[in-house]
Design a protein around this ligand. Structure first.
Ligand SMILES: [Zn+2]
Length: 257
C-alpha cells in the first residue's frame, strides 16, 4: 500500500461492518462545480407523482407507503412519500407535522412484525427529488446488523421467502389503515382445505404432499432464522396485488439515494 494511502477508518473493524479482507480507501474525486439534477426534479418527470395508488401498500389523502417490487434480505423495507411533489425542506407546516405522525406510526407498524427488533429511519434524498423516507426493519437478535450498515446488509442477506414478505406488507398496511387511509396490500386470507385431502392418502404420501413449495425450497439461511423466530404465529397465505409499477432500487444501488 502506498505511503500516502489514507488509513482505514475505525468502522472497518466494527462487528457490524459487512466486509473483511484487504481493503483500501478510494481516491477522492474533485468536487464538481454544478451538481447534476436528481431524478424527478421536475414534477412532470417525477416517477413518484406518476405512479398509481395500486403500486403502494397503503395510501391516504396526503401520504403513501410503498415497498420494494420484490423481497429483499430484511423483513421489511418501506418508503413513505407525501403525495405533493415536495422535498423535505419544502414541506408546509401541515405536512411537516404529519410527517412526524406518519414516521412514528409507520415505525410502530413495522416494529409490530414478528421478528423485528428495530426500525431504521433514513432520508438521503440524493437520488430522487420527491421526498421519500426509508424504513428498514432490523431483525431481532441479529446484533451484527445493528447500526449504520443495515442498508448494505439488506443486499447481502439471503432474500426472505415471498409469502413472508407479502404477509409483512399486508400487516403493515392493515396497521396503518387502523388510523385512516386505505390498505392496498390486502390482509391475509385463510385458504381452507378439506380434511378428506389428508385421509385419502397414506401417511408417507401425506407428509410429502402437504409440504408447501416454500418448505421444499427454503434454504437453511437467514430467512429460515426469521421463520423460527416467528414460529409461534400462524402464517396463513396472503393475497395482495402485484406491484408492477413499484419502483425499486437500481441494481447495485443502496437505499442511500
Ligand atoms: Zn413528485
Amino acid at each position: 500500500m502506498p505511503d500516502d494511502a489514507p488509513s482505514l477508518p475505525d468502522f472497518t473493524r466494527w462487528p457490524s461492518f459487512p466486509f473483511e479482507g484487504d481493503l483500501r480507501v478510494k481516491p477522492l474525486k474533485e468536487p464538481v462545480a454544478v451538481e447534476p439534477a436528481r431524478s424527478g426534479e421536475d414534477a412532470a418527470d417525477c416517477v413518484a407523482c406518476s405512479t398509481p395508488d395500486d403500486a403502494y401498500i397503503w395510501v391516504s389523502e396526503r401520504w403513501r407507503v410503498r415497498g420494494m417490487d420484490r423481497p429483499t434480505g430484511l423483513p421489511a423495507v418501506l418508503i413513505l412519500e407525501c403525495r405533493s411533489h415536495l422535498d423535505l425542506g419544502d414541506l408546509p407546516n401541515l405536512l411537516a407535522a404529519e410527517l412526524g405522525v406518519m414516521t412514528v406510526r409507520l415505525e410502530r407498524a413495522i416494529r409490530s412484525l414478528d421478528g423485528v427488533a428495530r426500525v431504521h429511519v433514513n432520508r438521503w434524498g440524493d437520488g430522487s427529488a420527491h421526498l421519500h423516507m426509508w424504513f428498514l426493519a432490523r431483525p431481532h437478535g441479529m446484533l451484527q446488523l445493528r447500526g449504520t450498515f443495515l442498508a448494505l446488509w439488506d443486499d447481502i442477506l439471503p432474500v426472505i421467502p415471498e409469502h413472508q414478505w407479502r404477509e409483512n406488507l399486508a400487516l403493515v398496511a392493515a396497521w396503518l389503515a387502523e388510523f385512516g387511509g386505505q390498505a392496498i396490500a390486502e390482509p391475509a386470507h385463510i385458504q381452507w382445505e378439506s380434511p378428506a385431502t389428508f385421509t385419502d392418502q397414506p401417511p408417507w404420501a401425506t407428509a410429502e404432499t402437504n409440504k408447501s413449495p416454500d418448505d421444499t425450497v427454503a434454504p437453511v439461511t437467514y430467512g429460515s432464522a426469521i421463520d423460527n423466530l416467528a414460529e409461534t404465529s400462524p402464517e396463513p397465505p396472503v393475497t395482495i396485488p402485484q406491484q408492477p409499477e413499484a419502483r425499486s432500487r437500481e441494481p447495485g444501488q443502496t437505499p442511500a439515494t
